[in-house]
Design a binder for this molecule. Structure first.
Ligand SMILES: C[S@@+](CC[C@H](N)C(=O)[O-])C[C@H]1O[C@@H](n2cnc3c(N)ncnc32)[C@H](O)[C@@H]1O
Length: 261
């Protein structure tokens, strides 16, 4: 993935996965063969990105300490971090710039970054090393399955979804992460009072985020409509440049309601 900072400032937000998704596998099944089960719609397309030597080294040397292997069983976060602290999950951290900055600024909170893009995992491992960040772990896997299987219901202190792939084309909108079903799953993993924070620079996706989160009965908006940017979310260089050019960024922050008594 090109770092956000390297993208031209005058175009809407990058997407690392906007190339045409692979064709439907059912279409190339042999004649007479039993139809294959439909593939789940993924919010990403895995591509082999270029990996720097530092990222490669970080992957081989640091992954055993900081990458938690995906497993279809609930993760013991206290064992993973060696302490009991609030846990915030970030979905799709990209190259991990914001992730590392937030973890450094909030040492009392533990962070789990979930990302499928291997060079990004290498890049964040480098940052963990440089910043001696003891409160950050990575899971390199599809966040949908991580939430389904590794995260116990009602346990997360927060979820960050910053600049998820916007899937601009109408026919690809179904690949967007923030949809009713996924938000229901996310919400089920939040503790009462915990927050779900999404940010995007693609206005139609911002509108979708606001509509979908507003429609989830277990969530309440922390603001009236879009939220002011919370102080913990760092302003990236890319975003700063876009803002100077008049491009918008929208934050949406909802809180899980306490169960009715
Ligand atoms: C447009 S990038 C944004 C990266 C970063 N948050 C930022 O602000 O620069 C979206 C990222 O989400 C990741 N992603 C998309 N769907 C995912 C999923 N289901 N599980 C884990 N990562 C995912 C992609 O690989 C990509 O790195």
């Amino acid at each position: 993935m090109p770092p956000r900072d390297m993208l031209p400032p005058n175009r809407p937000h990058l997407t690392m996965t906007d190339p045409e998704p692979a064709a439907d596998p059912a279409a190339d099944a042999a004649p007479g063969a039993a139809p294959r089960p439909p593939r789940p719609i993924r919010s990403y397309v895995l591509r082999t990105g270029r990996m720097g030597s530092g990222q490669r080294r970080a992957l081989s040397e640091l992954a055993p300490r900081f990458v938690l292997p995906y497993q279809p069983a609930v993760l013991d976060t206290a064992a993973a971090f060696g302490r009991a602290a609030p846990v915030v999950l970030e979905i799709g951290f990209g190259m991990g710039d914001a992730t590392a900055q937030i973890a450094a600024a909030l040492p009392g909170t533990d962070f789990i970054g979930v990302e499928v893009h291997e060079p990004g995992v290498g890049a964040l491992l480098q940052r963990i090393d440089e910043g001696a960040l003891a409160n950050l772990r990575i899971v390199q896997h599809d966040a949908v399955e991580v939430l389904e299987h590794m995260v116990a219901p009602g346990t997360l202190g927060g979820v960050h979804v910053f600049f998820p792939d916007p899937w601009h084309k109408t026919k690809h909108n179904k690949r967007r992460l923030i949809q009713a079903g996924f938000v229901r799953l996310l919400t089920s993993r939040l503790a009462p009072g915990a927050y779900l924070h999404c940010a995007t620079d693609w206005q139609p996706y911002a509108e979708q985020m606001l509509a979908v989160l507003s429609a989830e009965p277990a969530l309440r908006n922390s603001a009236e409509g879009y939220a002011p940017k919370p102080a913990y979310r760092p302003l990236t260089k890319f975003e700063n440049r876009g803002l100077k050019l008049g491009h918008g960024v929208w934050d949406v922050v909802f809180v899980k309601r306490a169960p009715a008594v």
